[in-house]
Design a protein around this ligand. Structure first.
Ligand code: NDP
Ligand code: MG
Length: 392
C-alpha cells in the first residue's frame, strides 16, 4: 500500500488526483487531505478515501470541519501549523496542489522527509526554485513535475542526456482572449478572461493563461526544474493545446509530447512514475484532428513573457518578486481595481521599485528570507495599485 497525501485536495488538480486514487483505493493508504474554504468537499472526500486527517487552511473553519467529520474516525485540523503537521506525516507520495505561494511552505516541509513530491504548485519553483531543488537533493527527496508542459518535457527527456538539449519549447494556447482585437483587451473582465478554450482549470490559472503570466511562470519553472539557461527556453502559441512541449536535441531531433486536454495524464504519470500504467484519458485521433498550428506570441499582447524572460536572466530574488506581484495584480484585477492589461504594469513597477532597494541578483538563502521578500513585494504591489487608482 502506498501512503499518499494531497495538499489542495478540493481544487481542480486535487480532484483529478482523487479521481485517479479512488479508482484504485486498495493500493493507497490516504494520510492527509487539505483544502481551504470548501469544507463539504474536503470532508466528503476524506470520508470516502478514509483519510487519517483532513486539514482546512482556515482556522475559523475548524468547527465546520469537525462537525462534518463527527463520528467518522477522520481527524479534523486547521491552520498553518496543521498544514505543516500534515506535511510531516509519513507519506510515500505527496501532491502539492495548493494554489499560489501558500503552497510553498507545506511542499518544502514534506521534502525534508525524503518523500516524492508531485509538484503542481508552480509558484513554489518560481518563488524559491533553487532552494526547493536544493532541499530535495539534501534529503534524497524526488520532485516530479505535474504541470502538463513540464511533465511532457520530463517524459521527452527519459533516457537522454540533458547536455545534448539545444532547446525546450513550451506550448501555450494563447488563453481565452487570444482572438480578441488587441485594443479590446483593456476592457476584458474576469469572466471574459476566466473562460479557457481548451482546459478546465482553477480560476486563477485560467486568467493567468489569458494574460500568459502562466506561460511566463512556466518558462521560469522550466529553468528552475531542468536547470536550463534562459536562451534554451521558448514559448510558442499552439491553439489546439495537443502538443504540450517539445525538446530539441543537438542532432536536430525535436521530440514532441502529445496528449488530450486532461490533467489526469500528467498527474497519473507522476503517480505511476517510473512506470507507465493505463490511464482513463481520451486517446488522440490524429486524422480527425487534421492539423496542428503554431505561431510566435505577440509581445504587445503578452507582456508577461518579456517580464518572465527578464526575471530568468536576473535570477536571485526576481522570481519571488515576480510571483508575489503577479498574485496581487491578479487579486487587483479580480476585485475590479485594475484592468486586464494593467496587471503587467504592476509587476513591472514592483520589480523596478525593488531593484532600486535590493540587489536582486543575490540569491536568497532560506525560506524565511523568501517569505519576507514575498511580503515586501505584495505590499509594494498593493501600494502601487492604490497609487494608480488615486491617479485615476
Ligand atoms: P484551484 O483554485 O482549483 O484549487 C486550489 C486549492 O488550494 C484548493 O484546494 C483550495 O482550497 C486550496 N487553497 C486556496 N487557497 C489556499 C490557502 N491560502 N492555503 C491553503 N490552501 C489553499 O487551483 P488548481 O487546482 O487549478 O491549481 C493548483 C495548482 O496547480 C496551482 O499552483 C496551479 O498553477 C497548478 N496547476 C494547475 C493546473 C490545472 O489544470 N488546474 C495545471 C497546471 C498547474 P478551497 O478550494 O477549499 O478553498
Ligand atoms: Mg501548464
Amino acid at each position: 500500500m502506498r501512503r499518499v497525501s494531497i495538499f489542495g485536495a478540493t481544487g481542480s488538480i486535487g480532484q483529478n488526483t482523487i479521481d485517479l486514487i479512488a479508482r484504485d483505493l486498495p493500493a493507497h493508504d490516504v494520510v492527509a487531505l487539505t483544502g481551504g474554504g470548501n469544507i463539504d468537499r474536503l470532508a466528503a472526500d476524506a470520508i470516502r478515501l478514509k483519510a487519517d486527517v483532513a486539514v482546512t487552511a482556515y482556522e475559523d473553519r475548524l468547527d465546520d470541519l469537525r462537525t462534518a467529520l463527527a463520528g467518522t474516525g477522520v481527524e479534523a485540523a486547521a491552520g498553518q501549523g496543521a498544514l505543516a503537521e500534515a506535511a510531516d506525516r509519513p507519506a510515500d507520495w505527496i501532491m502539492s496542489a495548493i494554489v499560489g505561494a501558500a503552497g510553498l511552505a507545506p511542499g518544502f516541509r514534506a521534502l525534508r522527509h525524503g518523500t516524492t513530491l508531485a509538484l503542481a504548485n508552480k509558484e513554489s519553483l518560481v518563488t524559491a526554485g533553487p532552494l526547493l531543488m536544493a532541499e530535495a537533493r539534501a534529503h534524497g527527496a524526488t520532485i516530479l513535475p505535474v504541470d502538463s508542459e513540464h511533465s511532457a518535457i520530463f517524459q521527452a527527456l527519459v533516457g537522454e542526456d540533458i547536455a545534448c538539449v539545444e532547446k525546450v519549447i513550451v506550448t501555450a494556447s494563447g488563453g481565452g482572449l487570444r482572438d480578441w482585437p488587441l485594443e479590446r483587451l483593456a476592457s476584458a473582465t474576469p469572466a471574459d478572461a476566466g473562460a479557457h478554450p481548451n482546459w478546465d482549470m482553477g480560476q486563477r490559472i485560467t486568467i493567468d493563461s489569458a494574460s500568459m503570466f502562466n506561460k511566463g511562470m512556466e518558462l521560469i519553472e522550466t529553468r528552475e526544474f531542468f536547470g536550463l539557461p534562459p536562451e534554451k527556453i521558448e514559448a510558442v502559441i499552439h491553439p489546439q493545446s495537443l502538443v504540450h512541449a517539445l525538446v530539441g536535441y543537438c542532432d536536430g531531433a525535436l521530440m514532441a509530447h502529445l496528449g488530450a486536454h486532461d490533467m489526469r495524464h500528467a498527474i497519473g504519470y507522476a503517480l505511476n512514475w517510473p512506470d507507465r500504467r493505463a490511464l482513463p484519458v481520451d486517446r488522440l485521433d490524429l486524422a480527425k484532428i487534421g492539423s496542428l498550428d503554431f505561431h510566435a506570441p505577440d509581445p504587445a499582447r503578452y507582456p508577461a513573457l518579456r517580464i518572465a524572460r527578464a526575471v530568468m536572466e536576473t535570477g536571485g530574488k526576481a522570481g519571488t518578486i515576480f510571483n508575489a506581484a503577479k498574485e496581487v495584480a491578479l487579486d487587483g484585477f479580480l476585485a475590479g481595481r485594475i484592468g486586464f492589461m494593467e496587471m503587467a504594469g504592476v509587476v513591472d513597477a514592483v520589480l523596478d521599485a525593488l531593484s532600486a532597494q535590493f540587489r536582486l541578483t543575490i540569491p536568497m538563502s532560506s525560506l524565511e528570507e523568501v517569505l519576507e521578500m514575498d511580503h515586501i513585494a505584495r505590499q509594494t504591489a498593493w501600494a502601487h495599485i492604490e497609487k494608480r487608482r488615486q491617479a485615476g
